[in-house]
Ligand binder design. Structure first.
Ligand SMILES: Cc1cc2nc3c(=O)[nH]c(=O)nc-3n(C[C@H](O)[C@H](O)[C@H](O)COP(=O)(O)OP(=O)(O)OC[C@H]3O[C@@H](n4cnc5c(N)ncnc54)[C@H](O)[C@@H]3O)c2cc1C
Length: 418
């Protein structure tokens, strides 16, 4: 029998008094009944736990097998005292004021507009491609959007039936720019040629004729002022919420007395891979601390060349605004093995997910939520939105038809929000 211990965050912010997440110090799990068991302390699990506790006075046990809360958004101060993101740079951006208002209960914000450069032909060039990218790459002096549009049109190679990622990009900007900026990066990132990937993968990458070099176009682009982990600590700091880290759901599922289960881990794992594994792309992160104040001009530099083994390098001080005599960076190496990060967008994988989804529909008492529970690449704001939508349905339905019916309905919404 495992006791609930106070271990939501294995890394302490220097100078902070530690976490304030409530816990059942040394008490036996069997003495408690929880209305909900939530698996995963990332955005999906934490937002839902907060709402159920603060909004509906439910009791919740949140378990996470990692040694910390925050899921992939977890940040911490490394040995050099620099705030870094353990699972790669997480930039918060959204067009939803509702989601900003909700998260603002737990954090202040620091304005930050994300800019990315790509190392191409020995130069650092803005990505998404804009007029400056083209001018610098080709030694041109285009001054208007029309000139840049005409230039791109002259390069574009129209594809009649756009099916793959390669088709999308070649149709838009032609083969040369495709090869310089997209092909190598995509091959490294996915372990697949763009011609094998669904068109939606690169359809997300805009090409611009102006000189806007912001990576995202969202109305709200800011970072939690004290970091994500602090925000999660405040979110989970409620007497009705108990947090158990370093604990796999399977270790405690038979020991905990709970009503409903919300699972934000991998849906295929929950069902013991009954229909086979849902394919994911993983990443290996190499964190480095450097004896210098700055490393690169922006937070993220992409390396599309195939002879460079990593895809990008991130330097966190640009994101956090931290002033420090040292700096810390992270190299990202895509890999087939490791934690599940990116669902691989291919039709056969979507079909496989549908089989799990159907099984989930037929399984009472459990709701799947979040990027792993619903096998979708979601940004953080989308996962917050998904969790808030689920809560709204649970709450609404509880008022009318009773808890179980509400949870059933909530399951539908979680799927519709995908
Ligand atoms: C490299 C990278 C960069 C990203 N950058 C951005 C960005 O810049 N902006 C943005 O908006 N989004 C970004 N994202 C997406 C963002 O990480 C997700 O939207 C967010 O993490 C989803 O939250 P979640 O709660 O669904 O999942 P997660 O954060 O993955 O949380 C799920 C949790 O469940 C736990 N878990 C799983 N199975 C079990 C089990 N059996 N028992 C116990 N615990 C379990 C896991 O340990 C994990 O902590 C990025 C993702 C990656 C991979």
């Amino acid at each position: 029998m495992r006791n609930v211990t106070r271990s939501p965050n294995s890394h302490r912010t220097p100078g902070s008094s530690g976490t304030s997440v409530s816990a059942l110090q040394g008490e036996d799990l069997r003495n408690h009944r929880f209305d909900y068991l939530i698996v995963g302390a990332g955005f999906a699990g934490s937002v839902l736990a907060e709402r159920l506790a603060a909004g509906s006075n439910k009791t919740i046990l949140v378990v996470d097998r990692r040694p910390h809360i925050g899921g992939n958004a977890f940040d911490y101060y490394d040995d050099a005292g620099v705030l870094i993101h353990r699972y790669g740079p997480h930039i918060f951006h959204t067009n939803s004021q509702r989601i900003v208002d909700y998260l603002s209960r737990f954090t202040d914000w620091r304005p930050y507009e994300h800019r990315v450069l790509a190392q191409v032909d020995g130069q650092l060039l803005p990505i998404p491609i804009n007029r400056d990218t083209l001018n610098n790459l080709y030694g041109l002096n285009m001054a208007t959007e029309q000139e840049a549009a005409d230039f791109l049109a002259s390069r574009a190679e129209p594809v009649d039936d756009i099916q793959t990622s390669e088709d999308v990009v070649i149709n838009q900007i032609g083969r040369e720019l495709y090869e310089k900026f997209f092909r190598g990066y995509t091959r490294k990132q996915w372990g697949l040629d763009p011609s094998q990937l669904d068109k939606m993968v690169t359809a997300r990458v805009p090409t611009r004729t102006n000189t806007d070099d912001r990576y995202f176009g969202d109305t709200f682009q800011q970072m939690p002022r004290e970091g994500y982990t602090k925000m999660f600590e405040r979110m989970l700091d409620h007497p009705n919420i108990k947090v158990l880290t370093d604990t796999d759901y399977r270790e405690i599922r038979n020991e905990v007395n709970f009503g409903e289960l919300v699972f934000t881990g991998p849906i295929d794992e929950y069902f013991d891979y009954r229909f086979g594994k849902l394919p994911y792309r993983s990443l290996q992160f190499k964190h480095e601390s450097l004896e210098q104040e700055h490393f690169q001009p922006v937070a993220v530099v992409n390396y599309p060349a195939e002879d460079v083994p990593y895809t990008r390098i991130s330097e966190y001080k640009h994101l956090t605004g931290q002033v420090h005599s040292r700096t810390s960076i992270t190299y990202e190496y895509p890999s087939a093995e490791g934690d599940p990060y990116y669902p691989i967008p291919r039709p056969e994988n979507a079909e496989l997910y549908k089989r799990y989804q159907k099984l989930a529909d037929e399984t009472p008492g459990v709701t799947f939520l979040g990027r792993l529970g619903t096998y979708k690449y979601y940004n953080m704001d989308q996962v917050v939105g998904q969790a808030l939508a689920l809560y709204k349905r649970i709450e609404g339905a509880a008022h009318t038809q009773g808890e179980r019916a509400g949870a059933e309905e909530a399951r539908q919404v979680a799927r519709q929000a995908q």
